[in-house]
Design a protein around this ligand. Structure first.
Ligand SMILES: *Cc1c(COP(=O)(O)O)cnc(C)c1O
Length: 425
């Protein structure tokens, strides 16, 4: 029986047996015991499934990862210590020195830095394309050595919406997977796999946790990408791994399991970016109410965006839920129930106006964060992007007066009243 999203938020991933804990237990143990070396040896050889050391896998994490995989409609999933680790692993699992990535230019700043600076140092090059590019422009970005296409469903902070079908079509016609970071809408509002994405990633730090309590990430495999059909490109999945006695992931674990098994067995083993079981437990508490919280975040985001749009102090408002927004049609197609609670707007009067306005806010705290129960806001020009001049900010599409506001779960009338008094002062 395939349950609906809300039911999966509450119950997927963990089914206790007779007399077992109803809530997912926190297995706070670094290691696991075995009766014989032979038993443990089978785990090391990936001949049997089970646990031996929490740097690679932990049961608490696996229950929660299975829930997220079920929510996204994937075949396998894993948790990571952060969203950064999830995006890095999802790319590095199939790219190595000498390879190339095609990425949307409208992505989270941390991910942009990861691939344009740090992964470039590893010999992996990236071509950035506008999310609004034509199919011809997108196809022209591919090379012989391209191994993946990357984008964000709703980009943080630009709030551009990815045309998932367009990007999937281009990726597949070049024999590579599409990786989509689905952090902002969550699987409650968009399921990229249904539109052709092959791998989905998350910063679970945001709406999945939803309470600003624990940093984390997740990777889900759709199980739909046929690695063996492109064995020359994906040698790491399609040729024997000598560090595991010569097993070939794509043959032994099939389309549904190869990607996540390799990612766990090699990257988690070597980089050790595991999520702590305690954080996985907290994440699951967030997931249990995600389907109840997301519509409220959307309702508040929509109300705040509409309020801001009507103010003379505001130059423009970006929110895909607004009927005049550039991405409204794409948002309606991919997220018919709304996207998220994050709204961007530009105040007339630049930095000084933004600073004054934000200081006046009482409910909305100034934070480098989005997507938790409490509303928060940020002016990139005076915080994350403060090293840039007004000219440079303009070129980057981040005017000095830009404010990103993440609408929490408060009463929307109070949020709007707070914004109103901040304008008045
Ligand atoms: C925050 C964020 C990340 C990075 O996640 P962390 O959990 O902070 O490492 C990646 N992608 C998007 C879209 C994000 O918003």
């Amino acid at each position: 029986m395939e349950y609906k999203t809300g039911t999966k938020c509450v119950q997927a991933g963990y089914t206790p047996g007779n007399g077992e804990p109803r809530q997912i237990p926190i297995i706070q143990s670094t290691t696991f015991k075995y009766d014989t070396s032979e038993d443990m040896g089978k785990l090391f050889d990936l001949e049997a499934s089970g646990y031996f050391y929490t740097r690679l896998q932990n049961p608490t994490n696996d229950f929660v990862a299975a829930k997220i995989a079920a929510l996204e409609g994937g075949t396998a999933g894993m948790l990571t210590s952060s969203g950064q680790a999830a995006n890095f692993f999802s790319l590095f699992n199939i790219c190595s020195c000498g390879d190339h990535i095609v990425s949307s230019s409208s992505i989270y700043g941390g991910t942009f830095n990861l691939i344009s600076v740090t992964m470039a140092k590893m010999g992996i090059e990236t071509t950035f394309v506008s999310p609004d590019c034509t199919e011809e422009e997108l196809n022209a970005a591919f090379r012989e050595n391209t191994k993946a296409v990357f984008g964000e469903t709703i980009a943080n902070p630009a709030l551009t919406v990815l045309d998932i079908e367009k990007f999937a079509k281009a990726a597949h016609s070049h024999g590579v997977p599409l990786i989509v970071d689905n952090t902002f809408p969550t699987p409650v509002n968009c399921r990229p796999i249904e539109w052709g994405a092959d791998i989905v990633t998350h910063s679970t730090t945001k709406y999945m946790d939803g309470h600003g309590a624990a940093v984390g990430g997740a990777i889900v495999d759709s199980g739909k990408f046929d690695w063996l059909a492109h064995a020359d490109k994906f040698r790491g999945l399609c040729t024997p791994d000598e560090s595991y006695h010569g097993i070939t992931y794509a043959e032994k674990f099939g389309m549904g399991g190869a990607f996540i098994t390799k990612c766990t067995a090699q990257l988690m083993r070597d980089f050790g970016s595991i999520q702590s079981p305690q954080n996985a437990f907290l994440l699951n508490l967030g997931l249990e109410s995600m389907h109840v919280r997301m519509p409220k975040h959307v309702e508040n985001g929509q109300a705040v965006a509409e309020f801001l749009q009507g103010r003379s102090e505001v130059e423009f408002v970006s929110y895909p839920g607004l009927s005049g927004d550039k991405y409204h049609e794409l948002a309606k197609k991919y997220m018919p129930n709304g996207g998220c609670g994050v709204v961007s707007f530009e105040l007339r009067g630049g930095r000084a106006a933004a600073e004054r306005f934000m200081k006046n806010l009482k409910l909305c705290a100034i934070e480098t964060h989005v997507a938790d129960a409490r509303s928060c806001c940020l002016n990139p020009a005076t915080s994350t992007h403060r090293q840039m001049t007004d000219e440079q900010l303009k070129e980057a599409g981040i005017p000095a007066g830009l404010i990103r506001i993440s609408c929490g779960l408060e009463d929307k009338a109070d949020l709007i009243a707070d914004l109103e008094q901040a304008f008045r002062d």
